[in-house]
Design a protein around this ligand. Structure first.
Ligand code: BG6
Length: 582
């Protein structure tokens, strides 16, 4: 996901922009750049690849000025190269822009510009924005920006400089952007995390707003009507932006899970959105979808209420059947994933909506009642504590629904949930999959199997392994492998079987025997002794939360496997922490 940083104040902008980009690296990117206003001229520098490449180029040039913008680009339109990197300049160089989002009508805008004698330098959709602002400019930059945003279709968070004005402009529609006021000036950034070392005071732009920032921030809607906005003071959680001695953020966040789960358990409110509902739609992307899938098994099996789990990008375009007494819950760590917001917008107005999010006041919380997870900022691209705290909220939803029905099993479930931090602590202390990781790391493919909620845990485990070790891991319901995919099993094929459900154990053991008889090397993740497997990752027994415990065990297995394969664990290639474009 692209990252935007901007600054205006008394200090030199260059170093502050680089520091901000450094804090945005976790979002995933493949090129970067900055622009600084230096005595009425916009100076731009860009570089392909990692931020160090840009810093290296900066050493060769003097870059002075106290107002600037910066960008880390996660390519959508156009190759990840210097030409397509942001900032993009308008034809005369009077405007520079950085963009996060997608301009859906950029082809027709390109054609209009070309018909007016413009030529595009890059392959990006973003460049048209810079030219349009210049086209509409008659001396009033804010007005030119307003005219431009009226022409744009799609999602855009923008940082804009004008050579003629010592001002920083910001625009937000759907993609994330915040304004932070520090001691040495005012910043804009794609998320608060990037600015916590500078300030805890934020002005949160709403979608459809823009700002002109000088020594103060003036906010307007897209009709240039002034908007008053309360300052939001973020919690003091700077510590999360530091590895605290761990080799990777991912490992730190794996070990933070007991406290993250405890905070989430203790912080839940009334959950009144659960009163009087028919069926539930759970939607999400990536790991958030796997949480949704596990939520389906958990809530349906406990409460008898129908739960649909959908991948957000599928849900939003399949004309879903939504009844007025349904409840749609969007699950999203960042609260900014475009497909999840898009799916939420389909349901808005048709049924009750809520969201399980980790980032305070993120975009999803503006359109649905939030049920926060309290994992704290999650820096590693591959989610761990974000995922397990989503599961905690889903267990709490099941408990509330049981309580609404007067079902006494709520007491048993809540008792087990109260011991969940200790159970996770136990997994972290007792599971040491280093040897198995070494074996697994020798393979370029792996199979994960499980039944029921263990199937959802197996899907998340497979994704974790793929994301950080680049091993092609596939996941199948344990009963499904024999219907085709078992043809791929040969001597030494690694199969990870998650078996935590006592009712289904014998079935899964039969599936283990099936693959074993064809030469597979089977690693079981289970609280039970399973003779049929080659290796057992033992986890504590739990009646309800065992699939969550299995997920923690396979997080460790994936982490150590990626370590053996010398992968870049916190920032895997091609991945973004949350994709704010479709
Ligand atoms: C992907 C991330 O881009 O988005 C996954 O790499 C994540 O880790 C998915 O699960 C959904 O993100 P979010 O923020 O909506 O949970």
């Amino acid at each position: 996901m692209c990252g935007i940083i901007g600054y205006i104040g008394k200090s030199q902008a260059k170093d502050l922009l680089i520091d901000g980009l450094r804090r945005l690296e976790y979002r995933g990117y493949d090129s970067s750049g900055i622009a600084v206003r230096d005595n009425g001229e916009l100076c731009v520098l860009k570089a392909k690849g990692k931020l160090d490449n840009l810093i290296g180029k900066l050493e060769e040039r003097s870059f002075s000025g106290t107002c600037g913008i910066g960008h880390t680009r996660w390519a959508t339109h156009g190759a990840p190269d210097e030409l397509n990197a942001h900032p993009h300049l308008s034809r005369s160089g009077k405007f520079a822009i950085v963009h996060n989002g997608i301009i859906e009508n950029y082809k027709e805008l390109c054609d209009m510009l070309i018909s007016q004698g413009y030529s595009l330098r890059s392959e990006t959709d973003s460049e048209v924005i810079a030219h349009l602002i210049e086209l509409g400019y008659d001396g009033d930059a804010l007005k030119a920006i307003q005219k431009t945003v009226k022409l744009l279709k799609g999602s855009f968070a923008l940082g804009i400089l004008c050579a003629d004005e010592n001002a920083l402009f910001a625009v937000k529609k759907d993609s994330p952007l915040v304004i932070g006021s520090g001691e040495d000036g005012i910043y804009i950034a794609s998320d608060m995390q990037a600015l916590l070392s500078k300030t805890h005071e934020f002005l949160l732009l709403e979608s459809g707003e823009m700002a002109k920032i000088t020594d103060k921030a003036e906010i307007f809607d897209f009709d240039l009507r002034p908007v008053k906005r309360q300052v939001y003071v973020a919690e003091n959680d700077k510590s999360d932006a530091d590895k605290h001695g761990y080799a990777h953020f991912m490992l730190k966040e794996i070990y933070e899970q007991p406290e993250a789960i405890e905070r989430t358990l203790l912080s839940q409110g009334e959950l009144s959105f659960l009163d009087g509902i028919g069926s539930i739609h759970l939607i999400g992307c990536g790991s958030a979808y796997h949480a949704a899938l596990m939520g389906k098994y958990i809530i349906e099996s406990l409460t008898g209420i129908r739960v649909h789990a959908d991948i957000a990008s599928e849900f939003r375009y399949r004309n879903p059947i939504i009844k007025p007494d349904d409840l749609l819950i969007a699950i999203s760590q960042s609260g900014e994933t475009a497909d999840t917001i898009g799916a939420m917008n389909i349901a808005a107005g048709k049924c009750k909506t809520a969201c399980i999010v980790n980032v305070p006041l993120s975009s999803l919380t503006h359109v649905a009642e939030p049920m926060y997870t309290y994992a704290g900022p999650e820096i590693a691209v591959a989610t761990t504590k974000g995922f397990t705290t989503q599961l905690v909220n889903l267990y709490l939803i099941a408990a509330k629904l049981l309580s609404n029905k007067g079902d006494s099993r709520v007491n048993e479930l809540m008792t087990e949930l109260s011991s969940l931090p200790l159970l996770v602590e136990n997994v972290l202390k007792t599971v040491s999959p280093v040897k198995l990781a070494f074996l697994l790391a020798q393979n370029d493919y792996a199979f994960f199997i499980g039944r029921g909620a263990d199937y959802a845990a197996a899907k998340e485990s497979a994704l974790k392994l793929k994301e950080i070790s680049y091993i092609h891991a596939d996941c199948y319901p344990a009963g499904e492998l024999k219907h085709g995919t078992i043809s791929l099993i040969q001597k030494g094929s690694p199969v990870i079987a998650i078996a935590t459900d006592k009712q289904l154990l014998s079935k899964t053991v039969s599936n283990i025997a099936e693959v074993k008889s064809r030469g597979a090397f089977v690693i079981a993740v289970s609280p039970f002794d399973i003779d049929a497997c080659d290796a057992l990752i033992k986890i504590p027994y739990a009646k309800y939360v065992a699939p969550l415990l299995a997920s923690v065990a396979t997080q460790l297995l994936s982490y150590h496997t990626a370590l053996v394969r010398h992968c870049e664990i916190d920032k895997p290639r091609n991945l973004a922490k949350s994709v704010t474009v479709e």
